[in-house]
Design a protein around this ligand. Structure first.
Ligand SMILES: CC(C)(COP(=O)(O)OP(=O)(O)OC[C@H]1O[C@@H](n2cnc3c(N)ncnc32)[C@H](O)[C@@H]1OP(=O)(O)O)[C@@H](O)C(=O)NCCC(=O)NCCS
Length: 190
């Protein structure tokens, strides 16, 4: 398989992106789709899911390559206003996996969770999803994970001026952040 050129931008996107989000999820290969949804799901399920899912309360980060959405992190508060728990879900299209995009998206999602006072993060994946578990483990300093149920506890649940500033800077300079992360990984031996 040809090595993709990892020039991409990570940035938030909103409800107007339901179409691109649907198309991204439909492009996932079978295994990634199963891992994303915890089981085999049909195209119809994905169409319905994206129509319903982009509520105003969700924080969506996208990884865009040439304007096309190739990876998504969803952060969805659970329950009422000022929820202390949220669910996170990740999907990256196969050619863009293994290059640090998931890590960059998780980092941005954790920052957004912290700034919203989220204390508990449920990872929407099966406990045997080794890659997701390994990915989460890299953030041990920020999270305490229970891998049985794959629930992560955000260590510093409250926003600080610096964490809010980091999110604003990340939103403004998403390109630089994403590129730095991806390039660092590409330089590493396989
Ligand atoms: C799981 C997923 C989000 C990870 O994203 P990614 O961009 O491929 O992951 P990264 O390149 O950032 O790698 C993250 C870490 O996973 C681990 N990892 C990578 N490949 C691995 C593999 N084959 N087996 C075990 N661990 C692996 C490594 O620890 C890696 O960190 P490192 O490169 O610093 O050593 C992505 O592969 C994906 O979308 N998969 C399909 C859907 C899915 O499983 N979603 C999760 C459920 S919601």
């Amino acid at each position: 398989m040809q090595e993709p050129i990892l020039q991409g931008v990570i940035r938030k996107f909103w409800i107007d992106r339901a179409g691109p989000y649907r198309d991204h999820l439909l492009r996932l290969d079978q295994e990634s789709r199963r891992n994303r949804f915890g089981g085999a799901v049909s195209d119809e399920f994905i169409v319905n899911y994206t129509e319903l899912s982009l509520g105003l309360d969700a924080v969506m980060h996208g990884f865009f390559v040439d304007g096309v959405l190739r990876g998504v992190a969803e952060l969805r508060p659970l329950g009422e206003e000022f929820a202390r728990e949220a669910e996170a879900a990740f999907s990256i299209e196969k050619p863009w996996q293994y290059h640090g995009v998931g890590s960059a998206l998780l980092e941005r999602t954790l920052l957004a969770a912290r700034n919203r006072g989220i204390k508990l993060l449920h990872m929407a994946c099966l406990a045997n999803n080794q890659r997701m578990v390994e990915l989460a483990r890299k953030f041990d300093a920020e999270l305490t994970f229970d891998f049985g149920s794959v629930v992560g506890e955000v260590e510093a649940p409250y926003p600080t001026p610096i964490s809010v500033w980091r999110e604003v800077v990340a939103d403004t300079h998403g390109f630089a952040t994403a590129m730095l992360d991806v390039q660092t990984r590409m330089l590493r031996p396989a």
